[in-house]
Design a protein around this ligand. Structure first.
Ligand SMILES: CCC(=O)SCCNC(=O)CCNC(=O)[C@H](O)C(C)(C)COP(=O)(O)OP(=O)(O)OC[C@H]1O[C@@H](n2cnc3c(N)ncnc32)[C@H](O)[C@@H]1OP(=O)(O)O
Ligand SMILES: NC(=O)c1ccc[n+]([C@@H]2O[C@H](COP(=O)([O-])OP(=O)(O)OC[C@H]3O[C@@H](n4cnc5c(N)ncnc54)[C@H](O)[C@@H]3O)[C@@H](O)[C@H]2O)c1
Length: 332
């Protein structure tokens, strides 16, 4: 690994403003870790866009190669669990936040952050899923563990056209749930139905300023990617013993609500953190992503860009103008 390699680096200027762009690194720039990976693919998540643009306080060590996801082949390993040539996935923990991430041709990471590629997924598919797919699946698994089943009633997915949202719709529909997609993008109704939504509900059909503490109960489950007033409305419209997976903050990180859904309907609000999920659960979720949760429309939700195209790719995420998933082709 003596040759210089391309990377997308996020740094701060002298005024502590976030600056980012393509650069060239070499082996001396790699972070500590037991496993050296030749990265084949990465992906773009909302968090990557917050990090690269500085729109969110994501990076905790400057400079940092962006990209919270990577898949590729092991080049060297000082850990007996991995050998050169093994196909692996590495996401979460400090990757792309406080440890050089997946937007580079090479990355060195601790072995504990690496998951063997499960049978049933290839390296491209694993990044079409990426943290978005892992988190959607984790949300489904956590809701199931809390008693959610298709017979309980409909499941609503907010931020439906995004990466987590679209993949959650696909997974839930595959499992037999009646899925309702909540979106502000009427023009994407056919797309959401193609993914498996039984119904598409438009955000402007809800008067978010006039939500009562409890509204008629409609949903047995909910995957919330947006937070704020929408999460308040979701909580107020849950059925008895309903389960909400709180995943995102695309609209707001605030939550102004009441205790009534919890104490009068027994609603559970589950916090979903993909970042620090330990190995047994991490492996279990990836195994399900490769089997019964594997989205049926993964190719249809995914576009691919080259590493050099990254600098222009993030703004659309910040503007909420993105649909589906973006895979970044690196060394494949
Ligand atoms: C894929 C996962 C996702 O997409 S999650 C969604 C994207 N993430 C975000 O939007 C969060 C962005 N972060 C922020 O806005 C800020 O860091 C927030 C959370 C508001 C805290 O900022 P601030 O009030 O300035 O305080 P701080 O940075 O000193 O942190 C306070 C204590 O909290 C901790 N903290 C911070 N970030 C994380 C994190 N990601 N996971 C776990 N802990 C975190 C800090 O270490 C700090 O704790 P301590 O005081 O050092 O003990
Ligand atoms: N908890 C976790 O571990 C975890 C993991 C992955 C993603 N997330 C979070 O989940 C959310 C979705 O992530 P993603 O990668 O799918 O993002 P994305 O950019 O692909 O999708 C975001 C979705 O939210 C919608 N949206 C944006 N602004 C909105 C607004 N103001 N009101 C309503 N909807 C709005 C967009 O139209 C889009 O449908 C993000 O907030 C992300 O930070 C959390």
């Amino acid at each position: 690994m003596d040759t210089p390699f391309k990377a997308f680096l996020i740094d701060q200027d002298e005024n502590r403003k976030v600056v980012s762009g393509m650069t060239t690194l070499d082996a001396t720039n790699l972070d500590a870790g037991e496993v050296l990976i030749r990265v084949h693919y990465s992906s773009i998540n909302y968090k990557d866009a917050l990090a690269a643009t500085g729109a969110g306080k994501i990076i905790r060590r400057f400079p940092c190669v962006g990209g919270i996801d990577m898949s590729g082949e092991v080049v060297e390993s000082a850990d007996a669990r991995f050998r050169p040539g093994d196909k692996v996935i590495a996401t979460s923990f400090d990757i792309g936040v406080a440890h050089h991430g997946g937007y580079a041709e090479y990355a060195r990471v601790p072995a504990g952050w690496v998951v063997p590629l499960p049978e049933g997924l290839d390296l491209f598919e694993s990044m079409a899923l990426g943290t978005a797919g892992f988190t959607a699946a984790l949300g489904v698994v956590r809701m199931e563990d809390n008693g959610l089943a298709p017979a309980n009633g409909p499941v609503i997915v907010t931020g439906a056209t995004g990466g987590v949202g679209g993949l959650a719709i696909d997974m839930l529909a595959r499992l037999g749930y009646h899925v309702v997609a909540l979106t502000g993008k009427e023009a994407e109704s056919d797309y959401l139905k193609m993914l498996g939504a039984a119904e598409v509900k438009l955000r402007n059909s809800i008067d978010l300023d006039k939500v009562r503490p409890l509204e008629a109960g409609q949903w047995a489950g909910a995957v919330d990617n947006v937070g704020g007033q929408i999460l308040h409305w979701v909580l107020a419209t849950m059925k008895q013993a309903g389960t909400v997976a709180s995943i995102g903050n695309a609209a707001s990180f605030n939550l102004n609500t009441t205790v009534f859904p919890f104490i009068l309907r027994g609603v559970s609000l589950l916090g979903i953190d993909s970042g620090y999920m330990g190995f047994p659960t991490r492996q279990r979720v990836w195994d399900r992503l490769a089997t019964d949760l594997k989205p049926r429309h993964l190719a249809a939700v995914t576009r691919t860009i080259a590493l050099d195209e990254l600098p222009d790719a993030f703004d659309a995420y910040i503007k909420g103008a993105i649909k589906g998933r973006t895979v970044v082709r690196i060394g494949a």
